[in-house]
Design a protein around this ligand. Sequence first.
Ligand code: ADP
Ligand code: 5GP
Length: 198
Amino acid sequence: MPRRLRKKGLLLVISAPSGCGKTTISKKLLSIFPNLTCSRSVTTRPPRDNEMDGKDYFFVSRKEFFKMRKKGELLEWASNFGNFYGTPRRFVKKTVNDGKDILLAIDVKGAKNIRKLIPESVHVFLMPPSIADLKKRLRGRGTDKLKDVKKRLAIAKREMAQAKLYDYVVMNDSIKNAVAELREIVSDEKNKLKRQAV
Ligand code: ADP
Ligand code: 5GP
């Protein structure tokens, strides 16, 4: 089929302050929508105890990261908490061009760049019920030292102020409610894409 007649997939961006529940909610969405796949970022952050290379992230050295960036292999990138994070370009492009849907769980800076590059992308901000709840979640996850939790909370406040730039804001007070809301958003946006394609 000529490329221009092929149906493109949905590019869904989910941003949220670290510890709000992006990973948890994204996993649930992937189990609901079989056509939805997740972009795996590259990062220079060391893996947490429960994380696996190639599954949660591609863990790379700074040298490897800078090489990828120089070669234009990253669609977008950002630095967070002293580490670099980036979205591999080729996988996103291929997935969308194959008519499959893709989810990018990335920070506010990355989301802004994606919006510029791919204006038809759909952006959702996942909001914690409060900073106190966010702190509890970060502490409960047990992956960050108290000083890192404090850093993440300070950045969270700045990120939450950017929620108005998103197409949708979903409150993650309960996992069940947030997933139900996102399920509706994805279904609606898929239907819009289908209508545009005919
Ligand atoms: P992120 O990917 O945004 O950094 P995670 O998905 O790792 O966040 O979630 C951080 C912690 O918060 C995890 O322990 C997760 O189980 C918990 N969590 C996520 N959503 C909720 C919720 N709605 N209520 C209570 N705890 C939650
Ligand atoms: P964490 O270290 O908690 O896994 O992630 C820290 C922050 O980096 C989170 O806000 C997360 O969404 C963001 N992040 C993860 N991957 C990427 C990416 O590829 N690009 C950008 N811009 N941010 C990312």
